[in-house]
Each structure stands twice: as structure tokens, then as C-alpha cells.
Design a protein around this ligand. Structure first.
Ligand code: B3K
Ligand code: ZN
Length: 859
């Protein structure tokens, strides 16, 4: 398998301007007739090479005449001796029912649907399946009227009718030229929610949301979210919707979250269906943010698309940034920022330190589906956020306007985006653009020196990016560093040379020093407010200083972060068996945090969360899993016991009353469930757990009780889990929470538990949501089970992946991720993990997806 390189990009030799498709739906033999207007690009004599995968070719015609001068390979159809302009007609047959990879056209529990990004259209018909070929599509679908009363494709319906044999047909026309990855079709029998939206310029848009029969009420929140997103994009970026109709279809079998097909989004039902009983606050949040994300793609992705797949972050980083800003405006900036920083620290930093390390614009790809990563998406969004920070909101908006002015209707590159931003600012973005090509996580080291005689203080920031698997040499990055400086009494200081402006300075060299004079005592540097750059900070502050940062820093994110660092330091003392270092002043300090902030449920709800095992791994090397996990648990227990009084008092003030979905109520529920977990950890909370489960009138609190019981009260956990199962047996999305809880429970017989879960009547190995809930949760989040010292966890996951790979390589390649991150673990673990990776590498018939990730991590 050969990697493609970014540097090898060539423009297409031909383009296709118009596509007419006729699709006769049939479970095992769907017949696709496509007619293309093809045009030669430039002066050359090459044949026309179309991409195809798993297709049965039945007919080739050129300009209406049967044509035989062509060759077929496994992955292409080469048509020789063609004119400069011609029409090409192809008839192919495909088998949706046996398409378990869920790429191309497939059946999701009886509903026909498609997934074409990145390279799935070639599984429907032969085509120039690359994002820089943009064509107008007209699509006619034929299907059984009784089973598939709804027939959908992109754009507007322009004609429909019945055939004599009980089938019917609908023709859809999409006026906007688009790359094939945005093509979609759906056929099924749904409940429909209808609404409408009028854009600022007065254009009416029909909104249609299609869900499984009987689920109409669970679609209401998604539809409301869509309208909020449409309004927000008009208000914030002046961007209006551009078709007469916007459709969203929820399906059960889906490899990812959702897909932004032009005018016809297809969603994993997990990100559409939500109501008070069955969805947590987090589920509601996710529905709103994914609905918005896909909607925002209409401009950032669809109107302006990517020239080639190496540019994926052009649309994904930008759209994630846009959805994050939207969510912050709809809910709360602080908890949003913390949520996204957790993703960076838990997952992106880990990816950047692994063999899969790649820049947000990758250089080499074997299987494109492997690059829909936290790096391209989330680090990509952090890079866009830095533009926003550096330029300020007004200039950023100007830059966006210019980007659309220049590139509407085009397929462009990340460089084009940077150039549009550059055109509105005097700041030289040349150096900044290194973020697109350099991988790895930069570390900012903060060192201080204080001279009591002269009362002068220097604070030096040095940056360093360690070599990564894909790239040895690293240069200094251009980083906006939000900065504040306090003394132990909370006074704020400014630097002598005024390098810090509006609370920020630029670190663009290997090191920079800030000077302070007339300083009464050593100052405390407060660095990277609001996570102003995707970097790690090494700032050796003492426990007292961290508590002072919490008390006095201007930036709330810094305050939260100070406690995270404090917990990390404490857990490290436990690892060193030096518990005594976590002394009375620290416990008192933490007690004051709780009592002083007891009214601030949002801040406290986040501050009382102890860093996850995954986050802790990122500030350690060659992690001794069992030792770290034990140290973390011991610290959690001491935390819960030492602070039991104030936690209990706080808990009592957090009576949340009847369910409401408002930010205040969400914050209170969040805080309450975080505290409940500590109370359960302290022991003796069985009554409380039962009570909360009993009385909960919403899923957040039911699940909060289950999670708190999970690690701390096995018998309560068992009994509540079986009641939960009985109540929710009919609802697969809710049952996924139950599967996930079982799979993440740390117990010695976890592997037999996992086998039982797989035999559960509701488990379906062809459904990615089920597989992720059981196997994915175990591999990603069951620390003790996955990293069992005898290697049994690794082996279990590997056994499963080898079977899954034959069916759904995309999902298999995602779940293998934790194994590929072996570098960060102690040698004994490394050996066991690598042994399983070797097994995968030697497996016959391995997919390109798994091959790419596994071979890289063994190289
Ligand atoms: N663009 C899609 C992701 C497609 C993934 C293909 N393996 C969803 C999104 O980012 O909005
Ligand atoms: Zn996206």
C-alpha cells in the first residue's frame, strides 16, 4: 500500500461539469446509471481515469454510442482515446445490503443511506472522486413506494411520479456545483418534523427532520438547535443558507457523528434524538453542537471546499472553531473552553506524542479516513482560534469575509485561508503559518529569578517541541501567550518593557524574558490564560502559589487550571509515596475553594473534577499504569474523606428541583453529580445513591447516580444497573450508556463481563454505536482492564479488532488508537502492546486503515 504525498498534488486532467444519475434501489443489486459531461483540462493526451471500488460495470457509452476502448482495474476504470468534450454514460451495479463498511450506499436497519466523504462515492459509481472536481448533480431515485415512501437527494425536488409496479420515483436537482463527497441519497419510511426559517434577507427555507417512526418528540430539540445555528451564523458571520430546503435524516448505523452533504445532512441518531428522560445535559449539548457543526459546513466546507484531502483542516478546523464559538454563546464560555481543553490534553497531546503524530495539514496519507483526527479537527480549531486571538474578532470577521469573497465556489488550500487572513492585517502571519506544517506539542518552560537586593524579577519563557515520529527537526512556533502576574496577596504587575499588551505577549523565538522592577517578593507567573495556544506549560509553582493563582488570577480558565496542576502535583506525591507532602495547608486551601465558591456552581463543578488518568499520562513519561492508577484513586479517596464536610454541605445546597434545561440548572446538576461522586468515594453513600436514582426526573441525574456507584459501591451499582436495563431495554441509544458503564467498570472478571455484553440481545456487531459503547469504551477508558499487567486486555481488544476489520475497517482503525500509543507506557506494558500490534500487522487480508496505523506504530 502506497502513501500519497501532499507535495505530489496535480490538478485533474479532466473535469466533470454535469452529472445525471438514475438509481434503481434494490437491496442486493442497485442499478446506477450515470451520465457525465466530461471536459479535458489543458493540453495533454491522457486517457480518462475514473475511481471505482467494488462496482460491477454493465455498460459504457460515449456520446450515446456503446464504447469498448477501456480497461478496468480493482480501483479504476481507464477510458482511452477520448475527445476533449464528451458525454459519458456508465451503468454499474452495487450491493447495499452487504455493505457493512458503511461507506458508499448501504442499508441502515432497512433505510438506504450514503456516506461518501472522503472517498465513498467511488463505491456507488465510477467517478473523478476528488474534492477539486465540482459538478451540478441531478438525481432520480426509484424505489418501492410502500417500504420507501421517502426518497431524498441533495437540493430541491423537481419531479416525481409512480411506476405501474408499485414503485415510485423522485428527481432532485442541486443547483450548486459540488464535489462528489457531498453527494447523498436516502430512502426510507420516517416520521417527519417540519418547520421553516426565514433568512435575514427574507428568503424562506423549509426545514425537515426525518427520524425513525415513533421518535418525533425526540427530534424537537435538534430542530430548534438548527434554527439557533442558522441565526447565529447570520449574526456572527453574515452567512445565510442558500437552498430552499434543508433536510436532516437520523440513522442508526453510522461510522461517525454526522455528515454535511449539501442540503441533506445524514446524522448518527445519537446526535439528533434527545429528550429529558433519555438524554443527559451532555447529550443535549452534543446534539446542538453537531447540528450546528454540520450546518456551518454549508459555507466552510461546501461553498468553499478543499482542493485535496491534505487540506481537510481547512474545513474541519475552521468549522470546529465556529461550532465551539456558537456553543459558547448558547451555553457558557468557561465550561466550553474547559471541555475542549480536556479533549486536547487527553487525546490530541497523546496523538501528537504517538507514531500517528501529524501536522494539522498532513504530509502523507494511505487511508484518508484515518486522518479525521483530534489533530486535524481540534488542534486545527485551536490554530483558527489563535488567528482570532491575534487579529481580534473584527479583523477575524473581515478576514472571513475576504476568504468567501475570494473563494466562494472554489476548492482551495489552507494557504489560501492564511492569505485571506493576511490581507486584512499588518501582522506578518508567515511565521505563524508553521502551525500548519509542524507536528508535535510545544512545551513552554517558565523559569524565574528574583533578586531581593535590587527588587528585580525576570521571568523567562522558553519553548521546545520534541521530535515526533513523522518529523525530527522542530522550529520555534509563533504563539500568543496570555499572561498575568501576581504576588501572594493578589496584586497584579506589569512588565517594564510593555511586551505584555492587553494581557498577552507573543512568543516567537526560542526564549523570551520579561522584566519587572520594584517587586516586593517573587512573583507568580500566570500563563496561557484561556489556553491561548495548544501547548503544554511547565511552570514549577508550589502548592501555595497554585492556590494563590486560583484565588487571584484574572482569567477564570487559569484559576481552574491552577487546581488541575495542584491535583496533578498531589497525585505525583502519592506516586512517590510521599503523601505527607500534601499537608494541612493544602487541604485547608481546597476547603476554602469549596466554601468561598459555593455559589459558583459552574466553576466549582469543573474545579472539583480530578484530572483523568489520560490527562495525567501527558505530564508523565513511561507511565507505570497500575502505580499511577492507584495513586490517583488514593488521592481521590483522601480528597473525598478530608473534604467530606464541605462537600456534604455543598451537596445539600444543590437541590435542583424539577428538571429544566437552562444553563443555571445544568451547572447545578453538573456540580451536584461531581460532588455525589466524591461522597460515594468517601464511602457510606449508598442511601444517597439509591435516593438520587429513585427520584431523578432526568437522565443526567440517573446516570450521575450510576457513575458514582460504579467505582465505589459495587452492590448498589449492580442493582441500579439491572433496573436501568429493564427500564431502557427498548432504547438502543440509552442502552449504549449502560453498555459503556459495564465496559468501563474496573473489576477482575471484566473480560467475561465483556463477553456477556456481546451476547446481550441488543448488542449488534454491525452497529458502530454498540461496538464503540462496549469495545471502544473498554479500550479507551477502562484503565485497569485494558492495561491488565498480563496483557489480557490488549489481547481481548486485538482479537475483537481482527474480526471487526473484515467488516468495518474504519471503526476498527479508530478503536486501535490506544494500542498505538504504547510509547508513553513503562517497558513491560510496551512489550505487551507491541506484541498485539505485531499480531495485527501479520494478519492476512488486513485493511489499509489498520495497516497504516499499525505499521506506523511498529516502525
Ligand atoms: N465531514 C464529516 C466527517 C467525514 C468522515 C469521513 N470518514 C463530518 C464532519 O466533520 O462534519
Ligand atoms: Zn466537520
Amino acid at each position: 500500500l502506497q502513501a500519497k504525498k501532499r507535495a505530489d498534488y496535480l490538478p485533474p486532467a479532466f473535469t466533470i461539469n454535469d452529472v445525471k444519475m438514475d438509481v434503481q434501489l434494490h437491496p442486493t443489486c442497485t442499478r446506477v446509471t450515470s451520465e457525465y459531461q466530461v471536459e479535458r483540462m489543458g493540453n495533454h493526451g491522457h486517457a480518462l481515469t475514473l475511481d471505482g471500488d467494488n462496482l460491477t460495470l454493465r455498460e459504457v457509452c460515449i456520446d450515446g454510442q456503446p464504447y469498448t476502448d477501456y480497461e478496468q482495474t480493482d480501483s479504476s476504470l481507464v477510458i482511452c482515446n477520448v475527445a476533449d468534450d464528451f458525454s459519458l454514460k456508465l451503468v454499474t451495479e452495487i450491493d447495499p445490503e452487504h455493505n457493512q463498511a458503511l461507506e458508499g450506499l448501504y442499508l441502515s436497519a432497512g433505510t438506504y443511506c450514503t456516506q461518501c466523504e472522503a472517498e465513498g462515492f467511488r463505491r456507488i459509481t465510477y467517478y473523478l472522486d476528488r474534492p477539486d472536481v465540482l459538478a451540478r448533480f441531478e438525481v432520480t431515485l426509484h424505489g418501492d413506494k410502500q417500504h420507501y415512501p421517502t426518497l431524498l437527494a441533495n437540493g430541491n425536488p423537481i419531479a416525481r411520479g409512480d411506476h405501474d409496479d408499485g414503485t415510485h420515483w423522485v428527481t432532485w436537482q442541486d443547483p450548486h456545483p459540488k464535489p462528489a463527497y457531498l453527494f447523498a441519497l436516502v430512502a426510507g419510511d420516517f416520521d417527519l418534523l417540519e418547520d421553516s426559517y426565514t433568512t435575514t434577507s427574507g428568503k424562506p427555507v423549509k426545514l425537515e427532520l426525518y427520524v425513525d417512526k415513533g421518535k418525533r418528540d425526540q427530534g424537537v430539540f435538534a430542530l430548534e438547535s438548527l434554527k439557533r445555528a442558522m441565526k447565529w451564523d447570520e449574526d456572527t458571520f453574515g452567512l445565510e443558507y442558500d437552498l430552499d430546503i434543508y433536510m436532516i435524516v437520523a440513522v442508526d448505523f453510522f461510522n461517525m457523528g454526522a455528515m454535511e452533504n449539501k442540503g441533506l445532512n445524514i446524522f448518527n441518531s445519537k446526535f439528533v434524538l434527545a429528550d429529558q428522560d433519555s438524554a443527559t445535559d451532555e447529550d443535549f449539548f452534543n446534539v446542538e453542537s453537531v447540528i450546528a457543526h454540520e450546518y456551518f459546513h454549508n459555507w466552510t466546507g461546501n461553498r468553499v471546499t478543499c482542493r485535496d484531502w491534505f487540506q481537510l483542516s481547512l474545513k474541519e478546523g475552521l468549522t470546529v472553531f465556529r461550532d465551539q464559538q456558537f456553543s459558547a454563546d448558547m451555553t457558557s464560555p468557561l465550561s466550553n473552553r474547559i471541555k475542549h481543553v480536556r479533549v486536547m490534553r487527553e487525546h490530541q497531546f497523546a496523538e501528537d506524542a504517538s507514531a500517528m503524530s501529524h501536522p494539522i495539514r498532513p504530509e502523507e496519507v494511505i487511508e484518508m479516513n484515518n486522518f479525521y483526527t483530534v489533530t486535524v479537527y481540534d488542534k486545527g480549531a485551536e490554530v483558527i482560534r489563535m488567528f482570532h486571538t491575534l487579529l481580534g474578532p473584527e479583523k477575524f470577521r473581515e478576514g472571513m469575509d475576504e476568504y468567501f469573497r475570494r473563494h466562494d465556489g472554489q476548492a482551495v488550500t489552507c494557504d489560501d485561508f492564511v492569505a485571506a487572513m493576511q490581507s486584512v492585517t499588518d501582522l506578518n502571519l508567515g511565521h505563524f503559518a508553521l502551525w500548519y506544517s509542524q507536528s508535535g506539542t510545544p512545551v513552554i518552560e517558565v523559569t524565574t529569578s528574583y533578586d531581593p537586593q535590587t527588587r528585580r524579577m525576570d521571568i523567562t519563557f522558553s519553548q521546545h517541541t520534541a521530535p515526533t515520529a513523522d518529523q525530527k527537526d522542530k522550529a520555534s512556533l509563533f504563539m500568543p501567550v496570555a499572561f498575568d502576574c501576581i504576588d501572594s496577596a493578589g496584586n497584579h504587575y506589569t512588565d517594564d518593557d510593555g511586551q505584555v499588551r492587553d494581557g498577552m505577549f507573543i512568543l516567537d523565538t526560542a526564549a523570551k524574558t520579561l522584566h519587572f522592577s520594584d517587586v516586593p517578593e517573587p512573583l507568580i507567573p500566570v500563563v496561557l490564560g484561556n489556553f491561548s495556544a495548544p501547548a503544554k506549560v511547565e511552570n514549577s509553582l508550589s502548592a501555595e502559589q497554585l492556590l494563590a493563582v486560583f484565588q487571584y488570577a484574572n482569567d477564570t480558565f487559569n484559576r481552574w487550571d491552577a487546581l488541575q496542576s495542584l491535583y496533578d502535583w498531589c497525585i505525583h506525591q502519592y506516586e512517590l509515596e510521599n503523601q505527607a507532602a500534601v499537608d494541612a495547608t493544602i487541604w485547608q486551601g481546597l476547603e476554602q475553594v469549596i466554601t468561598r465558591e459555593s455559589h459558583n456552581h459552574e466553576l466549582l463543578g469543573e474545579c472539583l473534577v480530578i484530572p483523568s488518568f489520560e490527562t495525567l499520562c501527558q505530564s508523565r513519561q513511561l507511565v507505570e499504569v497500575a502505580a499511577l492508577n492507584t495513586a490517583r484513586s488514593q488521592f481521590c479517596r483522601d480528597f473525598a474523606q478530608r473534604l467530606h464536610g464541605p462537600l456534604e454541605t455543598l451537596f445539600k445546597t444543590l437541590e435542583t428541583g424539577p428538571y429544566q434545561y437552562t444553563q443555571t440548572a445544568i451547572n447545578a446538576r453538573r456540580c451536584r453529580n461531581v460532588v455525589l461522586n466524591h461522597l460515594a468515594c468517601a464511602g457510606d453513600a449508598d442511601k444517597l445513591l439509591n435516593q438520587q436514582f429513585e427520584q431523578a426526573d432526568n437522565m443526567t441525574d440517573s446516570l450521575g447516580a450510576l457513575k458514582a456507584a460504579q467505582g465505589h459501591s459495587p452492590s448498589v451499582f449492580e442493582s441500579l444497573m439491572s433496573r436501568f436495563e429493564q427500564r431502557w431495554n427498548h432504547d438502543p441509544l440509552v442502552l449504549d450508556k449502560w453498555f459503556g458503564l459495564h465496559a468501563t467498570t474496573e473489576r477482575t472478571d471484566i473480560l467475561s463481563q465483556l463477553s456477556l455484553l456481546q451476547q446481550h440481545p441488543r448488542f449488534a456487531k454491525g452497529n458502530p454505536n454498540r461496538v464503540r459503547a462496549v469495545i471502544g469504551s473498554f479500550a479507551f477508558f477502562n484503565t485497569a482492564g485494558f492495561h491488565a499487567p498480563d496483557g489480557s486486555g490488549y489481547q481481548f481488544v486485538t482479537d475483537y479488532l481482527l474480526k471487526l476489520d473484515a467488516v468495518n475497517p474504519q471503526v476498527a482503525a479508530r478503536i486501535v488508537t490506544p494500542l498505538t500509543q504504547w510509547h508513553n507506557f513503562a517497558p513491560d506494558y510496551q512489550l505487551l502492546m507491541k506484541a498485539q500490534l505485531e499480531r495485527i500487522a501479520n494478519h492476512k487480508g488486513l485493511s489499509g486503515d489498520l495497516y497504516e496505523k499499525v505499521s506506523k506504530s511498529l516502525a
